[in-house]
Ligand binder design. Sequence first.
Ligand SMILES: NC(=O)c1ccc[n+]([C@@H]2O[C@H](COP(=O)([O-])OP(=O)(O)OC[C@H]3O[C@@H](n4cnc5c(N)ncnc54)[C@H](O)[C@@H]3O)[C@@H](O)[C@H]2O)c1
Length: 338
Amino acid sequence: MKVLVTGAAGFIGSHVTLRLLERGDEVVGIDNLNDYYDVSLKEARLERIRESQGAECFSFEKLDVEDRQGMERLFSGQGFDRVVHLAAQAGVRYSIENPRAYIDSNIVGFLNILEGCRHHGVEHLVYASSSSVYGANETMPFSEHDNIDHPLSLYAATKKSNELMAHTYSHLYNLPTTGLRFFTVYGPWGRPDMALFLFTRAILEGRPIDVFNYGKHRRDFTYIDDIVEGVIRTLDKPADPNPAWTGKTPDPATSKAPWRVFNIGNQRPVELLTYIDCIEKALGKKAEMNLLPLQPGDVPDTYADVESLVEWVDYKPSVPVEEGVARFVQWYQTFYKS
Ligand SMILES: NC(=O)c1ccc[n+]([C@@H]2O[C@H](COP(=O)([O-])OP(=O)(O)OC[C@H]3O[C@@H](n4cnc5c(N)ncnc54)[C@H](O)[C@@H]3O)[C@@H](O)[C@H]2O)c1
């Protein structure tokens, strides 16, 4: 298969790319290499891909998904079988200060992806949504069959918009699309703006860490390898219409069109203080904590119901948080020493 991976220099995109190459797919990666966080980490991830097994089937282009002409040229020149769209402006907190970055990358960019898929016969589009779409929902675990009409950040609103935009393309043009709602992904080569990275760095440097919501919120932390497995399995099974779907009692997770959305989480939420405890154990060093209130835009708890994905592709998250955190810490210490 020839697969386009957008956000290929990103945390999840680089891992997905490696897995596709490993199994013999051809991958075209794009990324605008923006400086939202350390660009040298993005370049190092690309270097890792170029040195990997299967690298001869990888090509990379620095390209912005907002660039309409660039995206049209890419799609018409390449003939992709399938697309994994992971490029986005990520992060909840940053969306409060920089709302426009989210509209540009996540809405305009997503339209360019949909148009490319529509006009060039792509068999299946898998794209990143987020657990943050659950916003003010409090029924736990979060289910795809519940409505998600109360986002708490613009980031969440753009991800929900992607699901809606995808639905119209699935309906109008019969384009199979699958949205994956990722739940706090962590692991080696992770993102410097996320808690695990920030905490590990601060603890090692002897600085205090900012612990929001007094460390009481729970997150369904999901290890990167489990996410990659779910992405690949989903990519291999194009969305199809749900024959039982009816407009009289519309199921929010499926459709008459070839459109699906799934949670992809660990189904084992962990309190932030427990997560910090895992980091301390892996580092052999105690954290000094600034206990602070919940940040605007953040949700108190996330907990994924993954039964639909289990049923769809036999998804089985397997890495416990203690082990995943230890693997991250080991990677961090090796990477930054070298
Ligand atoms: N990591 C998580 O916990 C998590 C949770 C929920 C959803 N997601 C979503 O998963 C996807 C991947 O996340 P990630 O953690 O790997 O983030 P990331 O920031 O590491 O990766 C995204 C990549 O996309 C690139 N990018 C951003 N805007 C672009 C644009 N306009 N054009 C081209 N490239 C662009 C960035 O340079 C980056 O390399 C994103 O859509 C994100 O919103 C991630």
